[in-house]
Design a protein around this ligand. Structure first.
Ligand code: HAM
Length: 450
C-alpha cells in the first residue's frame, strides 16, 4: 500500500539517529544558560493572534506573510507561534514574574512556525533555543547576553562564525531616522514592491528587510540608523563595544542589520556563518525596551536572542564537530527455549533496575540469530542461557571485544557479579590503553603497574 501521507512541506522529522545531536546541543545551551542565571519557561505553541500582531508588528513579513493563523472551534483567532519572545513576555506578565526581583531571566527551547519558502536551513516548522532578560537597561546586560551566545558556540566547538552588531536607536532617535528614510524612498517609490509602498507610510524601517530583490537593492544605499542615534543610544552602543572588547569577543559593526521584527530598540545583533549557504544567520537578537509596556506591563527594558537549532546543527555537521556517542548495550542475554527465556527476561529486568543497558530476545529469534543481533547492536557482553545453564545455575559470559569468557552465577548475585566483571574489564582496558607519560591522570593505574 502506498504511504498514507508525506510530512507537510517545510517540516522535517528528527530521526532517532539524529536526536542525540539535538539533545546534546539543547542540553549544552540550557546548561550554559543556567549558569548565566536563566531558568526555563515553557509557553503554548499557539497564542492569540493579536499578541504577535502587536509585538512582531503588523508591517513585518512574519505577520503579513508568514503566520499560520486559524480560528478554533470556539471562534478564537489564534496563530502558531512564529517566534518565542512574544509568548515569553506574555507569560511573564500574566504570571506576575516581572513583579519579582529584577532582572528576570528566562530561556526556552521550542518549535516555531513561519510560512516561508522552504530551502536549505529554512523551514516552516523549526526549532529555536532562546533567552530573554527583563529589567536591565544597562549595556552590560547586552554584553552578558552576547557573551552567553558566544559561550554556547565555544562549548560546541564551533569557530566558523562571526558576530555582527548594530544599534537601531530608541523611539527618540527613530523619528529623525524615519524622516530620512521617507525622504530617501520618496525618490524611488515606483521601484518598490506593493507591500513596501504601504510600509513606507506605516513603518519605513521595514523596507530595509524586504525580501524582494528590487527593494533589497534600494536598501543598500538607504540611510543608516547609526548616523541618527541620540547621545544616550550612542553611548550605550559604545559601552557595549567596550565590554565586548574586554571580554575578547570579536565582532563587526554592521549598520545594515535592522532585524525583521518590530519590537527591537538600540542593540541588535546576529551570529552569521558562511558555511551553510544562503540561510547563514544562526542566531538573532537584540534589545526590546518598549515591548513589555506595549503588551500591558510596566515599562521594563529587555534583551534576548534566539538560535535556529536546524542551522546550528547543520553548521556543526559541516565543521565535523564531535557529538557524544550513543550509549552502548552492555549485555545481551540470549535464550534457548521457554524456560531459559523466562530467566533471561527476569535477569534483564534486574539489570535494568540497576541501570545497566541490557537486552534480551523479544521477537522469537533462534539463538544463532540472537547472537547475530547482539553483534549488530554492539553488545559488550553476551550470556547464552539454555536448559543446561538453568539447571546448573550458571552460564558463560563472553566479552565480545576480547572473546574472553568466564563462568557467572545466574542466581541472586548475578547483577553484582556482572557489575564487578564490567568494572574490572573497563579498568583493565583503561590501564592498557593508558599513556605512561600522562601525569594528570589519577585512575590509580598510571605510573605504576603498567
Ligand atoms: P529571528 O531572527 O526571527 O529572531 O530568528 C532567530 C533565529 O531563528 C534565526 O537567526 C534563524 O537561525 C532561526 N530561524 C528563523 N526563521 C527560520 C526558519 N524559517 N527556518 C529555520 N530557522 C529559522 C527571533 O525569532 C527573535 N524572537 C529572537 C529574539 C529573542 N530577539 C530577542 N529575543
Amino acid at each position: 500500500m502506498a504511504l498514507l501521507a508525506k510530512a507537510p512541506k517545510g517540516t522535517h522529522d528528527i530521526l532517532p539517529s539524529e536526536v542525540r545531536k539535538w539533545q546534546y546541543v539543547e542540553d549544552t545551551a540550557m546548561d550554559l544558560a543556567e549558569i548565566y542565571g536563566f531558568q526555563e519557561i515553557r509557553t503554548p505553541n499557539f497564542e492569540d493572534i493579536n499578541l504577535f500582531v502587536r509585538s512582531v508588528g503588523d508591517t513585518s513579513d512574519v505577520v503579513q506573510k508568514e503566520m499560520y493563523e486559524f480560528e478554533d472551534k470556539g471562534g478564537r483567532h489564534l496563530a502558531l507561534k512564529p517566534e518565542g519572545t512574544a509568548g515569553a513576555v506574555r507569560a511573564c506578565l500574566e504570571n506576575g514574574l516581572l513583579n519579582e526581583t529584577l532582572p528576570v531571566r528566562v530561556c526556552y527551547n521550542g518549535r516555531n512556525y513561519r510560512y516561508e519558502r522552504p530551502q536549505s536551513g529554512r523551514y516552516r516548522e523549526f526549532n529555536q533555543f532562546g533567552v530573554e532578560m527583563f529589567g536591565s537597561a544597562e549595556p552590560s546586560a547586552d554584553a552578558e547576553i552576547i557573551d552567553l551566545m558566544n559561550s554556547i558556540l565555544e562549548h560546541l566547538q564551533i569557530d566558523e562564525y562571526h558576530l555582527e552588531i548594530n544599534s537601531i536607536g530608541c523611539p527618540q532617535c527613530r523619528k529623525a531616522y524615519h524622516k530620512a528614510l521617507e525622504e530617501y524612498y520618496a525618490a524611488h517609490k515606483n521601484e518598490l514592491c506593493k507591500t513596501c509602498l504601504d510600509r513606507l507610510e506605516k513603518n519605513p524601517m521595514r523596507l530595509l528587510d524586504c525580501k524582494e530583490e528590487n527593494c533589497q537593492k534600494l536598501a543598500e544605499n538607504a540611510p543608516k540608523t547609526l548616523d541618527y542615534l541620540c547621545d544616550e543610544c550612542k553611548s550605550h552602543f559604545e559601552k557595549l563595544q567596550k565590554y565586548l572588547d574586554a571580554m575578547n569577543i570579536k565582532y563587526a559593526v554592521n549598520p545594515k542589520i535592522v532585524r525583521g521584527l518590530d519590537y527591537y530598540t538600540k542593540t541588535v545583533f546576529e551570529f552569521v556563518c558562511d558555511k551553510i549557504g544562503a540561510q547563514g544567520t544562526i542566531c538573532g537578537g537584540g534589545r526590546y525596551d518598549g515591548l513589555v509596556e506595549q503588551l500591558g506591563g510596566k515599562p521594563t527594558p529587555a534583551i534576548g536572542f534566539a538560535i535556529g537549532l536546524e542551522r546550528l546543527i547543520m553548521l556543526m555537521e559541516s565543521c565535523n564537530a564531535e557529538f557524544p556517542a550513543p550509549p552502548e548495550c552492555e549485555i545481551y542475554i540470549a535464550a534457548m527455549g521457554e524456560k531459559a527465556l523466562d530467566t533471561a527476561i527476569l535477569l534483564t529486568h534486574d539489570l535494568r533496575k540497576r541501570t545497566f543497558f541490557a537486552q534480551t530476545d523479544t521477537v522469537g529469534r533462534s539463538v544463532k540469530a540472537q547472537m547475530k543481533y547482539a553483534d549488530k547492536i554492539g553488545a559488550k557482553y553476551t550470556l547464552v542461557l539454555g536448559d543446561e545453564e538453568i539447571e546448573k545455575g550458571s552460564a558463560i559470559l563472553k566479552n565480545m571485544a576480547t572473546g574472553e569468557t568466564s563462568e557467572i552465577s545466574i542466581g541472586q548475585d548475578f547483577v553484582d557479579d556482572f557489575y564487578d566483571t564490567l568494572v574490572r574489564d573497563e579498568e583493565r582496558d583503561h590501564r592498557f590503553g593508558h599513556d605512561d607519560d600522562d601525569d594528570e591522570c589519577d585512575c590509580g593505574y598510571c605510573h605504576h603497574e603498567h
